[in-house]
Design a binder for this molecule. Sequence first.
Ligand code: PEP
Ligand code: MN
Length: 351
Amino acid sequence: MILPREKAFTSAQLAEVEGILAEYGCSVTVIAGTTRTIYAISGDERDEEMVSRIEGLDFVERFDRIQAPYRLMHRASDLSSHRVKIGSAILGDGFHVIAGQCTIDPKNPQYFLETAHAVKEAGAVAIRGGVWKPRTSPNAYQGDDKALEILLRARAETGLPVSTEVMEDRHLQVVIDAGVDIIQIGTRNALNYGLLKQVGKGTAGTRMVVLLKRGMHMGPVDEFLCAAEYIAAGGNPNVVLCPRGTKPELDGYRNFPDESISPLLKARTWAPVVVDPSHSVGKAAYVPFASLAAAAYGADGLNVETHVCGSKGIGDDPKQSITPATLAKLIRDCKEIHSLSAGYLVPVQKA
Ligand code: PEP
Ligand code: MN
């Protein structure tokens, strides 16, 4: 990655850098962070001659070579001063909660709108709602474009940012055109590198946040960070990591709860961690415990399914949505626990 001496290169400077890199089969992606612009290199960046030619340019401050398989997401990356924002909330500063229904029922929009107002009242900073759903059975409800209008109406009525999952290029284009604030990449697509690249490219240079769920079959933590790297390398550093449980499940739970990886992630990356306790345990009664554990493990927030009347919901809502009253208590209690866990330092992993 190349760091400019000033806040960003001029177009003539960028052209000069690109010209040199091209001679060595490399290219550059411009990544605008909150404090400075950095230039990520795609290709083999180890050629000593290339490195010294770039370092010899007087408008270049530094050529950073991080040895990890993920460079931009690494805690030693110059993106580490980048802050991901959801509306006016800065992730990493306090404990923030995204809440709302698993699935927006287009036949009953009143539930989603009531839920949106209720989660705002409970203290959530953004509203989640599934427009399109990745379902195990092709015969189960798959989502509906009409639900997007309901999501946008909830944003207009509450003034809060909204989040929804995209599974394919068409969804991505629709949410980009609609200016949806948070794009969720679900557990099933966490290793869909083509989609991750498209999401990074399609949202480059915008304020859009990408909430990346951990793949349910992912192994090492680095696999998760490499998936996030695809989004950042596409040009969007507004990436949020979302552990949501893995398989095989812990007997009695829907998945194997993995909020405990939060400090491991924080040792390796600067990216905020927002835990999904709902899919992790899969039952509303256990969600508060997984949420409190996430706060104790130092996560920066939650992505939690909530419904004003879960039994009337569709998708996961009847099983795992908590009520707005539980959410309100949980947000208060998690903030308290989070302030205690914030008093412990996370080790830093070397680059
Ligand atoms: C969801 O958030 O409703 C969802 C389907 O999540 P996951 O991809 O984690 O299963
Ligand atoms: Mn769900």
